[in-house]
Design a protein around this ligand. Structure first.
Ligand code: GLC
Ligand code: CA
Length: 590
């Protein structure tokens, strides 16, 4: 994953420890600047349903296997729609379900117009959209267009010696023996097919980059085509046609995989090309799609895997996943044993040991949130298929505090399947199937439905399963948690419900940090919409703690919405609050 990015982060981590120690020795504490609650907000342009929406992410291969072949399928998801609805979520994001040789678990598409037979048929996809709609839910699919599979017929044609329609649809240099310019060096693969040249990959070797051109083509290299080259335009038009195909079938939008990685940029080194180019020409493509949506699919939603909201929300997407940055690690996966890819070290804020630093996250977050809050939404995903499970040596109590945070921050929350029951990160020694190198393998294991064989995921023999199921005696499962009103499942449901009942928790409502200090717990913030104000107080550490903060608005009563009741002691506009270890409170001020 995103390697050189992480190495930067490592350097950042080391430097910040250094500067922090200087700060500490001066006994200086930096607090957040303005903490005035106004209740003012601007609603970003988006479909109506998105404004309070909570999403649920489903990994189709491991959700539910309806035909006993060991792999989850679309019919399986249809069979679980009532359960999904019962969570209170508004929409589903489905990871890729297209025909694929599965070198990267389906992120290597070999036919954009066809559901992979192991998941079912196009008719099943249509039924899934229809059945979800009947239950008042939306479904977005994964639009994976920065590259295709090496086995896609377009690439196969492009790799031919003879010039043809697809020759320029991928990025090839024109000499197998010559080194490509330094910034692209580690992205080119030699020796494939009969074409004399090397092709550019966008991730694994099996994912050749579709050619969106070069922002500033180097005239010394004729193979660097400008972004307006007719072959590139033709390729882009084909991708738009494919998008319409799924939208017209009934999809409600898409998540764009590696959305920032389309147009190549001079002077951006190595893997940074894949997700850190900030290229206007890339934005232009997405702006064209946004225009199509405005005109033809005004109720549909576009969210990017860009992790740079300042780019992604510039009239491109309605929302952007913000998780490929070190601040996200600071929240959930700062420890090397937690992130499990070698690119972070330290302490998560959300950990009982209480050694994290919320400011590392918040400063980076505000830098993106402040200039983009009128334009679109930032998503801080509650887990996903590329990261270790949040349930990585965490208890249900820890997880509930994390969900209280994720479901009350601004933007559109996404909850990864299984996290609602506290599924755990499974051993890295388990099979690393289909490009799921650790930690991804331990986060993609089958959904745990009951105590039946294979925890209710499949009737296949255990050795036929896509990935093994959790073998722990106390592995969490849906059926048991359904029976317990205080299970994580039911607590998560209650937290999700608040998104719909509390105006101040709307995705666009104002966000004001009230207490966020270096290496200090708790973290306290307000959400506000007009006169509606909700306070969120989070103390994931195991220690009791006290906080004092300013509150500029009057209230006569507090109403506990979730978590532990606590007393706000008021003196003028100063509030003092004591929080016990591992607790949180969501409070409405009246
Ligand atoms: C995205 C996907 C990830 C995949 C990568 C390359 O980051 O989320 O699973 O491996 O793109 O295809
Ligand atoms: Ca199946």
């Amino acid at each position: 994953m995103k390697h050189s990015y992480y190495s930067k982060m490592k350097l950042f981590a080391v430097l910040s420890v250094f500067f922090l120690s200087i700060l500490r020795s001066n006994c200086q504490v930096i607090t957040t600047a303005s903490n005035q609650i106004t209740g003012k907000y601007t609603i970003p342009e988006s479909p109506e349903w998105v404004k309070k929406a909570v999403f649920y992410q489903i990994y189709p291969q491991t959700y539910y296997d309806s035909n006993g072949d060991g792999i989850g399928d679309l019919q399986g998801i249809i069979m679980k729609l009532d359960y999904i609805k019962s969570l209170g979520v508004d929409a589903i994001w489905l990871n890729p379900f297209f025909e694929s040789p599965f070198c990267d678990a389906g992120y290597d598409v070999s036919d954009y117009y066809k559901v992979a037979p192991r998941y079912g048929s196009n008719d099943d996809a249509k039924r899934l959209f229809d059945e979800a709609h009947k239950r008042g839910m939306k479904v977005i699919f994964d639009y994976v267009i920065s590259y295709s599979s090496i086995e896609h017929p377009w690439f196969q044609a492009s790799a031919k010696q003879e010039t043809n329609k697809y020759t320029n649809w991928y990025i090839w240099n024109d000499n197998t023996w010559l080194n490509v310019p330094k910034e692209y060096q580690d992205a080119f693969i030699k020796g494939y097919g009969r074409r004399n040249g090397q092709y550019m990959r966008n991730f694994y070797y099996c994912q050749p980059a579709l050619n969106f051109g070069f922002a500033l083509p180097d005239t010394n290299y004729k193979w660097q085509l400008p972004t307006n080259h007719p072959d590139i335009i033709a390729m882009r038009e084909e991708l738009k046609k494919m998008l319409r195909f799924w939208m017209d079938m009934g999809a409600d939008g898409f998540r764009a995989d590696m959305a920032g990685a389309l147009v190549k940029t001079a002077n951006v080194q190595g893997n940074e090309q894949f997700f850190n180019t900030h290229e206007d020409a890339t934005k232009k493509f997405w702006q064209e799609i946004r225009e199509i949506f405005r005109k033809d699919y005004p109720q549909a939603f576009m969210v990017s895997e860009w992790s740079y909201p300042k780019d992604a929300l510039q009239n491109c997407f309605h929302a952007d996943f913000f998780h490929w940055f070190d601040g996200y690690n600071d929240l959930f996966q700062k420890e090397s044993w937690r992130i499990l890819n070698g690119y972070s070290e330290g302490h998560s804020f959300f950990d009982v040991e209480g050694k994290g630093n919320i400011k590392n996250f918040l400063d980076k977050y505000m830098e993106q949130y402040t200039p983009t809050k009128d334009k679109g939404y930032i998503c801080l995903p509650l887990g996903n298929h590329d990261n270790a499970r949040l349930g990585n040596k965490r208890s249900d109590v820890d997880l509930e505090i994390i969900y209280a945070f994720g479901l009350t921050m601004p933007g559109t929350p996404f909850l990864y399947y299984g996290n609602e029951i506290g599924m755990r990160q499974l051993p890295t020694s388990w099979p690393q199937v289909e490009g799921a190198y650790r930690p991804r393998n331990g986060a993609r294991t089958p959904m745990q439905w009951s105590t039946a064989a294979n925890l209710g995921f499949s009737t296949a023999n255990a050795e036929k399963l896509y990935l093994p199921v959790d073998t722990a005696k106390d592995a969490p499962n849906v059926a048991s948690e359904e029976k317990n009103p205080n299970s994580l499942l039911n607590k998560t449901r209650r937290l999700i419900a608040l998104k719909h009942t509390e105006p101040a928790l709307a995705n666009y409502a104002e966000f004001i940090p009230l207490f966020a200090k270096e290496n200090t717990y708790p973290f306290i913030y307000a959400r506000a919409k007009d006169k509606n104000v909700v306070l969120v107080l989070l103390n994931p550490s195991g220690k009791n703690t006290t906080a004092e903060f300013e509150l500029n608005i009057p209230y006569s009563k507090t109403v506990l919405l979730a978590g532990k009741d606590l007393k706000l002691v008021k003196k003028g506009n100063k509030i003092t609050v004591n929080m016990i270890g591992q607790s949180y409170s969501i409070i409405r001020l009246e």
